[in-house]
Design a binder for this molecule. Structure first.
Ligand SMILES: Cc1cc2nc3c(=O)[nH]c(=O)nc-3n(C[C@H](O)[C@H](O)[C@H](O)COP(=O)(O)O)c2cc1C
Length: 376
């Protein structure tokens, strides 16, 4: 494994980002990416059940890595508990002109303005039909750039991919499709989600539908979205997509490229938005926390702040697939240290008034440390 990290990843650095990504998909497809020996070992404390689905662990591959559903099983074999493919649009689409993917080395971050490049729902559905079904697969749906009927686009995605998915994602948060994020507004969102739920009930009965939101939302946006999600009885939310903001302190050559920023600079802002939605939805629906996870500590922080599951993408660019196993091992240690028998016991522990999980985990930890210090 070491040779891969010390030899292959530094070479990949000199290849342009999108070519490197294509190579990663090719290598996964051909079983050429070395796997940690214990990548898929069962770990009871990480097993969890969320929206009626059983997850071997709560660490998932975020949308955008496997846009076309080419390598979900290969990704699962590297230890992910679930994989989200897409975003997929009804018609195939080329996306924005290249270059459109940038690695911000000094910040360990990524900027992308891909623009939903994908093979289209029919081709992806045909691929998924042939797949040996295992693990948990989410299908993330988008709309075509020039489509004027968003609801019909998402409904088509549900019809094509719903039968092969364990959950469906309504992605209205990519910054790279003009007008898309306006669908997060109260009235358009309610209309859209009702149409998607109707399509789900016709074509993919029982498949959970979740909403993926941007991190760049006002307080009013957030309370509107939470109210709609609860009103239409959506199954969950993913918080968050990339940010159009450029936090101060970025220190990379390409930091002013247009597009969505992801990776560690997104960790704090997206976790804040996650916590906001946990409070606003009063812990009533499961949340998937994504944005900036680069370690077990980051994943744990999302869980304490209300995430039932977590996802990552950008940090894999810098750390390789081994990171998945490292995160899981660290999570197991952290859960044990804080006295949680299972990851589900830690969900929302930063907000005991909502999660009903007793004393805030920070206070428990501080008390334990104080006790240990007294003994010494
Ligand atoms: C190159 C790239 C492409 C992405 N494409 C999509 C996409 O098609 N649909 C989507 O919902 N999110 C997409 N995302 C966003 C990720 O799923 C994730 O929400 C975001 O990158 C934050 O997580 P991270 O910091 O771990 O990367 C993309 C991210 C990157 C870096």
């Amino acid at each position: 494994m070491g040779w891969y990290k010390s030899l292959v990843l530094p070479i990949v650095r000199w290849i342009d980002a999108e070519t490197a990504h294509g190579l990663a998909i090719w290598a996964l497809k051909n079983n050429l990416v070395p796997r940690a020996d214990d990548a898929t070992d069962a770990t009871p404390s990480l097993e969890t059940e969320v929206f009626g689905r059983k997850f071997a662990n709560p660490v998932g591959l975020a949308a955008g890595f496997d846009k076309n559903g080419e390598v979900p099983n290969a990704a699962l074999s590297h230890g992910f508990g679930f994989v989200e493919i897409g975003s997929v649009t009804p018609e195939p689409q080329a996306g924005n002109p290249k270059p459109r993917l940038f690695r911000l080395y000094s910040d360990r971050a990524v900027i992308n303005r891909m623009g939903f490049n994908n093979d289209g729902a029919d081709v992806v559905a045909a691929r998924l039909r042939k797949r040996a079904r295992r693990g948990v697969l989410g299908a993330n749906l988008g709309k075509n750039k020039y489509s004027e009927d968003a609801a019909s686009d998402y409904a088509k995605g549900v019809e094509a991919l719903g039968p092969y998915a364990d959950y469906l994602v309504v992605n209205v948060s990519s910054p790279n499709t003009p007008g898309l994020r306006a669908l997060q507004g109260r009235a358009p969102l309610e209309k859209l989600l009702r149409a998607v739920i109707k399509a789900r009930n016709s074509f993919a009965k029982g498949v959970p539908v979740v909403l993926k939101v941007a991190p760049d939302l006002t307080d009013e946006d957030k309370s509107d979205i939470a109210a709609v999600v609860l009103k239409v009885k959506l199954d969950g939310m993913i918080v968050s997509n990339t940010t159009i903001d450029r936090p101060v302190g970025l220190n990379s050559y390409d930091q002013d490229e247009k597009g969505g920023l992801s990776g560690p600079p997104l960790m704090a802002p997206s976790t804040k938005v996650l916590a906001d939605f946990y409070r606003l939805t009063e812990g009533k629906i499961p949340l998937i926390g994504v944005g900036g996870i680069a370690s077990g500590k980051d994943a744990y922080e999302k869980i304490l702040n209300g995430a039932s599951l977590v996802q990552l993408y950008s940090s894999l660019v810098y750390h390789g697939m081994d990171l998945v196993t490292e995160i899981k091992e660290d999570l197991v240690r952290r859960l044990r240290k804080d006295g949680f028998a299972n990851v589900s016991d830690a969900v929302g522990a930063a907000f005991p008034e909502i999660s009903g999980k007793g004393v805030p985990v920070d206070e428990v930890r501080a008390a334990k440390e104080a006790q240990a210090a007294k003994k010494n």
